[in-house]
Design a protein around this ligand. Structure first.
Ligand SMILES: Nc1ncnc2c1ncn2[C@@H]1O[C@H](COP(=O)(O)OP(=O)(O)OP(=O)(O)O)[C@@H](O)[C@H]1O
Ligand SMILES: [Mg+2]
Length: 512
């Protein structure tokens, strides 16, 4: 490790950063310079190497020999880079799947990112820990107490705790870099705006930020410059000033691409696939809803309006206090997810880490999970069929991997999400419940996913879709139901206007 002479500095420079996984180059000789006090976005399609770069910077993944990392005036070869070095140099991280602990309290989670304050005889000083935590919660407006177990917070607040944990000892420092790997992927729109506001504030106070996101409007509004990766290689670093979204997409994808989602189907049937009457439970106070056969029905609502709960109740994953549901005319009782799957209802949850992936299993096993019965024929596992189906899904969904025998956790975040969706579409469910299905999915694959969802609707699947981004919801849905105050307050037919959806979610207009 060397200390450089004074002179014009970057906050962070990396040179010749490469990473090979099982003979495959995930990152190819990356050169990146981040200026002090700037918000620098690192962009690229799923599997292009963004998280790999971040993990190398954090010292948790070893780079191929030869590269160099310079933070402020400290330079080191990649072989000397460790988590301790990275921290001492002033790098702070929130990783794509931040390791927060649901069973521990908010205060304990924050303390794990710093030092537990100790009193006499080295005992943990709980009262000062709680006071400090309360302070942080107030400052970052997180709706929790220090003693709340983290698992009881909703996803949005869990992400915030992860960010606050990284920032807590970085307050007035203008050295170092805060690195955020998709901090907004799991956040609904309103909270994204709030978080971006906070990031702008830190940058204005001198904090350098390296930022990864697939939400391009957000990147254009918050970043000063962007570096784009494609297939592990840097395409370019450009100023965001004057940069348009379509130019940015072209840099990422390598060709022009309209952000168009699948077109609506021509004929909409009036037959009900699923009908919900007087559903009560949690934040829902009497939801009436009819899902027509072959349609994509969007649900728009603010944070806490109960969109996810509605899906979970239909799937039998959360109890309801009252209500009646019919599936294709027959009464259906949502007693458990098993029962739901038996009658042909499938669900892609928002929290794929916790609910949807079989950790430690291969991609192929993850793809076929849930379809076991169709591969189990006369006590013989139909490996050939399973393999063929798996290959088909991988090519349909543009899943980027080396082999489908790879463990699921070695896929990039967005590619894991594609596996979850592919699995359920493959099953051809009668009703498919999708909660934020394109979370962490890149701009090209997003359009592909909606094409495939659309294809499924022509084959008899009906879809209820929850998406926070009004623009995307408007494009992907045939109709959108507004959920407000625990009820459906109105239904918007095509053409659906995103601004109109936002208005309806916020106003009491249309309330019966
Ligand atoms: N432990 C691992 N073993 C094998 N391959 C890996 C491992 N970790 C990552 N990869 C591969 O390296 C490539 C880059 O992955 P990375 O996670 O950096 O992508 P990303 O740009 O962050 O994508 P996303 O936007 O989907 O999060 C991918 O093809 C991924 O499958
Ligand atoms: Mg990633």
């Amino acid at each position: 490790m060397t200390v450089l002479d004074a002179g014009p500095r970057t906050a962070l420079t990396v040179r010749g950063l490469s990473k090979t996984y099982a003979g495959n180059l995930a990152l190819d000789s990356l050169f990146l310079q981040v200026r002090p006090g700037e918000i620098h976005a690192l962009l690229g399609g799923n599997g292009s190497g963004k998280s790999t770069a971040v993990k190398i910077l954090a010292g948790v993944e070893a780079a191929d020999p030869g590269g160099e990392i310079v933070v402020g005036d400290v330079a080191a070869g990649v072989s000397e880079w460790t988590p301790v070095r990275a921290h001492a140099a002033g790098l702070r991280f929130v990783h794509q799947q931040p390791a927060v602990f649901p069973d521990l309290t908010v205060a304990e989670n924050l303390a794990l990112g710093a030092e537990f304050p100790r009193g006499v005889a080295g005992r943990i000083d709980w009262s000062s820990l709680h006071a400090r935590t309360q302070n942080l919660l107030d400052r970052y407006q997180i709706n929790a107490t220090p003693k709340t177990p983290l698992g009881l917070l909703r996803a949005a607040d869990r992400s915030r705790v992860a960010i606050v944990r990284a920032l807590q000892d970085r307050d007035d420092a203008d050295a170092g870099v805060l690195v955020l790997d998709e901090p907004t992927a799991a956040l609904p729109d309103a909270e994204v705006a709030y978080l971006l506001e906070a990031l702008r504030g830190y940058a204005a106070a001198g904090q350098t930020i390296l930022y990864i996101s697939h939400r391009l409007d957000e990147v254009l509004s918050v970043a000063d410059r962007v570096t784009v990766l494609r297939d592990g290689r840097k395409v370019d670093t450009v100023e965001t000033k004057g940069l348009t979204e379509s130019r940015l997409i072209e840099l990422i994808v390598g060709r022009p691409l309209d952000r168009v989602f699948a077109p609506p189907i021509a004929e909409v049937t009036q037959d009900a696939a699923l009908s919900v009457r007087g559903l009560v439970g949690g934040p829902l106070h009497g939801v009436d809803l009819t899902l027509r056969k072959g349609e994509v029905l969007g649900i728009a609502g603010l944070l806490g309006s109960g969109r996810s709960e509605l899906l979970r109740m239909i799937f039998g994953a959360q109890p309801l206090d009252a209500g009646a549901i019919t599936l294709e005319g027959a009464s259906y009782e949502p007693t458990s997810p098993d029962a739901a799957m038996k009658v042909g209802i499938a669900y892609v949850p928002e929290d794929r880490q916790a609910d949807a992936l079989l950790q430690g299993c291969s991609v192929r096993q993850n793809l076929s999970a849930g379809s076991s019965s169709s591969y189990f024929h006369r006590l013989l596992w139909r490996h050939k069929q399973e393999r063929a189906d798996s290959q088909q899904s991988i090519s349909d969904f543009l899943i980027r991997l080396v082999s489908d025998q790879q463990p699921i956790e070695t896929l990039s975040g967005g590619n894991q999400q594609k596996v979850v969706i592919a699995r359920w579409l493959w099953r051809k469910p009668k009703v498919l419940l999708l909660d934020e299905p394109t979370q962490g999915v890149d701009v090209a694959a997003r359009a592909e996913i909606y094409q495939l969802v659309r294809k499924a609707t022509t084959q008899g699947t009906s879809v209820i879709l929850v998406v926070s981004e009004p623009e995307e919801l408007a494009h992907a849905s045939d109709r959108v139901a507004i959920l407000r105050g625990g009820r459906i307050t109105s239904i918007v037919d095509r053409p659906i206007d995103a601004h109109r959806l936002t208005e309806l979610m916020n106003s009491s207009e249309g309330r019966p």
